[in-house]
Ligand binder design. Structure first.
Ligand code: ADP
Ligand code: ZN
Ligand code: ZN
Length: 723
């Protein structure tokens, strides 16, 4: 951050919200004192931009400076800790500061709109009224008075409807006053369950945590982690403080929002996510910043919501890759959440049934304190896993006879079946029966997926779509066939096999809209025997009490990927999906279909515990010097011509600080062509994060002098998650 105002200060440093790696100086506005963190509107190029004041500085007197045009805030838009968090994150991920700010702020604030004034938060009796005997005439007045006497401060939102009409008059007459921004303490509803010993111990330890502390809460699926989070934050909320709960995708956790609202008050808890409109998001953001909302449950970007009395941060499903932003500022919301907790000096809890190898390792090193829940909270046992070898099996649309029989038994017993296949669409590829030509996306190095219901071929990596061609583009044969299967096809096959059984397909094609998933889930709850077919969407968080059989259709996908994290994700996904089975009285079982029944990872996974296979993967990472052992960064470049990409990456290699880092590449990216761009990358490895940072700091500024850098789009992915 910039300097304090000093005698020589004659200009202001501004992080302009553009993706440029530099700070800009402006002449002082004629009046007003500026503070770091205030938004200003500045002339930039031919137009105007919003920027953030960093501080005063002294510029050489001969430089002609443009003047700040408008000061948009009377106070810094974010508190100091969050300003520091953004600066830390921009530095760590080597991202332009102005763009990091733009990412962190709600859209309307980024565009320069004013921060809305919060409405009154609540009401209380005025001091004189509280002392006098009841003398309000009407019945409604009496009722309002009673309410305020018994409750103290009543939030706006909790005033009963029939009493609202008389509020204004009561304020005008002076016997009621408004309360602006305090959250009055309120008794919350305690857990409806008697916590078991492991939960109890976790809650006790978390409640005693003071100051910055990072905890890893590792609890098997259904072990009652959510109960632990809620009980851990309850005393804080009861005393008027705030909590932040980060989740991978809000659409997948409507149950969490509801549970929190029931326990802590409907209006004290708010969800924040991308499906909301800009106006609604800003309203919630502003209310949280004014201390009017106590619990924010949100996705990645909720990390930057100001919460003046924040007491604890929870990151649920911390292993989920969606905490890492995949474009622009490639930050990890989980990792920055730890930094936020450090800056705000409060405890943070990372929770998962299948912690990331990074977090497991941090717990083993003692950087995180480790809490474990080894048993399911209900009386249910963990499901039993069985490997189903596919070699020589007679497959019917990808389903083995073993799995089919199990489905039949389960349905006949009145229970539900969940089949997991992580591929949307009808078939992942279409090829020519005569010449073998595969229909490729013209803009990506990927086959087109056939979506039969919409009668479209679609690329899952860009927006390209086309019709089913009448003949093969290579040999003009008319015999084009689909290869492999997606959820749409699986659903079709199941409908033929089980015509009487209700079947739900749960994926992004079948369910659009905010509430589609929630509606499907509640329909599923109302039914008995039924089949659920789905992708990732099924794996996360949901509780399907009647599911007693889980089938993993294609386990092997994750064993062949070139992404070194694929086996870790395979483990996590299988165990998360498996965790949907037998969560209540009826025991569950899981069938893993594979062509590689002897694979050691699958053998270990089939024992049902996460830790032994995870430890084996950690050992492999150690041997390979891959994260969490050593730091990894990708420098990726893309351009329409491959030679430009190589030219830049080679030039970058030439000036790399090779004493500090090891570089391999240029190698083509896993998706070599994407949306018309040729892509390649350098893999940069260092023994630790500090050394990586040192190297990048020396290295990146030199790119400005590389002529070849102007012909490509390049980006850095520090601690990359999806290769
Ligand atoms: P997780 O987040 O670990 O998957 P949840 O907190 O959602 O687990 O709990 C799973 C189920 O068990 C929920 O239906 C919850 O209400 C129930 N539950 C949690 N704790 C207990 C407990 N101590 N006794 C009985 N049921 C519990
Ligand atoms: Zn052909
Ligand atoms: Zn494409």
């Amino acid at each position: 951050m910039g300097n304090f105002m000093s005698d020589e200060a004659n200009c202001i440093q501004v992080a302009v919200m553009v993706p440029l790696r530099r700070i800009f100086s402006y002449a002082l506005p004629p009046e007003g004192h500026l503070q770091p963190g205030m938004r200003v509107r500045v002339p930039f190029g031919k137009g105007k931009r919003v920027g953030i004041v960093l501080g005063y500085a002294s510029c050489p007197p001969d430089v002609m400076l443009k003047t700040i045009e408008q000061v948009l805030d009377a106070h810094p838009i974010l508190p100091i800790a969050l300003q520091q968090l953004i600066h830390f994150g921009a530095t760590y991920y080597h991202h332009p500061l102005g763009d990091a700010w733009a990412t962190a702020l709600p859209t309307l604030l980024r565009q320069g709109r004013p921060l809305p004034k919060p409405t009154p938060w609540g009401y209380r009796l005025s001091a004189t009224e509280a002392q006098t005997a009841p003398r309000q005439p009407g019945k409604l007045q009496q009722a309002l008075r009673e309410l305020l006497i018994t409750t103290g401060v009543v939030p706006e939102a909790e005033i009963p409807k029939e009493l609202r009409p008389i509020l204004r008059q009561a304020i005008r007459k002076g016997w009621i006053e408004t309360v602006a921004e305090v959250i009055s303490p309120k008794q919350a509803v305690p857990s409806p369950h008697r916590l078991n010993a492991e939960q109890e111990s976790a809650v006790t330890q978390l409640r005693m945590a003071k100051g910055f502390n990072a905890w890893l809460l590792e609890g098997v699926t259904g072990s009652g982690k959510t109960e632990v989070y809620l009980e851990a934050i309850r005393p804080h909320l009861e005393s008027g403080a705030q909590a932040l709960i980060l989740v991978p995708e809000i659409g997948l956790t409507p149950q969490l929002v509801e549970r929190c609202q029931t326990r802590f008050g409907e209006h004290r808890v708010a969800a924040l996510h991308s499906a909301q409109g800009d106006g609604e998001r800003l309203r919630i953001w502003a209310a949280a910043a004014a201390g009017q909302i106590q619990v924010i449950i949100g996705t990645r970007s909720a990390l930057f919501v100001p919460l003046p009395r924040l007491a604890m941060i929870i990151v649920d499903e911390e292993h989920d890759p969606s905490f890492k932003q995949q474009n622009g500022w490639h930050y990890s919301a989980r990792d920055l959440a730890i930094q936020r907790a450090r800056l705000e000096n409060i405890p943070i809890v990372l929770g998962s049934a299948t912690p990331s190898l990074e977090s497991l390792y941090n717990a083993q090193k003692g950087r995180y304190q480790h809490l474990e829940l080894r048993q399911r909270a209900t009386s249910a046992d963990l499901p039993k896993m069985t490997i189903v070898p596919l070699r020589r099996e007679n497959l019917q649309g990808g389903i083995s006879s073993t799995l089919l029989t199990a489905c039949k038994e389960t349905l006949e017993a009145g229970n539900q079946v969940l089949l997991f296949l992580n591929r949307r669409g009808y078939a992942p590829a279409v090829l020519c029966h005569d010449c073998g030509h595969v229909l490729q996306c013209p803009r990506c190095s990927a086959p087109m997926t056939w979506h039969r219901q919409q009668k479209r071929l679609r690329c899952h990596h860009c927006s390209h779509e086309s019709h089913w061609p009448p003949v093969c583009p290579a040999c003009r044969s008319a015999v084009l066939v689909t290869v492999g299967q997606g959820t749409e096809q699986l659903e079709e096959i199941l409908r033929q096999r089980f015509p009487q059984t209700p079947i739900w397909r749960i994926d992004r094609d079948a369910l659009h809209g905010r509430d589609a998933l929630a509606t499907a889930v509640s329909d599923i709850h109302r039914n008995r025997a039924a089949i659920l077919v789905g992708t990732q969407m099924l794996a996360k968080g949901h509780h399907f009490p009647a599911v007693t059989l889980v089938g993993i259709i294609n386990t092997d996908q994750g064993l062949f990927s070139a992404d070194f994290r694929a086996p870790e994700r395979l483990l996590q996904t299988v165990l998360q999906v498996a965790g949907r089975a037998g969560r209540e009285e009826r025991p569950g079982r899981v069938l893993l279909q594979t062509h590689l029944p002897e694979h050691p990872l699958l053998q270990s996974l089939a024992q049902g515990d996460y830790r032994p296979p995870a430890q084996a993967l950690l050992d492999e990472r150690r041997a390979a010097g891959l994260p969490p052992f050593g730091a990894l960064t990708l420098l990726r470049a893309e351009a329409h011509q491959r030679c430009r990409v190589d030219e830049f990456l080679q030039a970058a290699c030439q000036c790399a600080p090779l004493a500090l880092v090891e570089i391999s590449g240029p190698t083509p990216s896993l998706m070599e062509r994407r949306a018309g761009f040729e892509r390649a990358e350098l893999w940069i490895q260092a023994p630790g994060r500090a050394q990586m940072q040192k190297a990048l700091k020396l290295w990146l500024p030199q790119f400005a002098e590389l002529h070849s850098a102007r012909n490509v789009r390049w980006m850095l992915d520090i601690d990359p998650l999806l290769i």
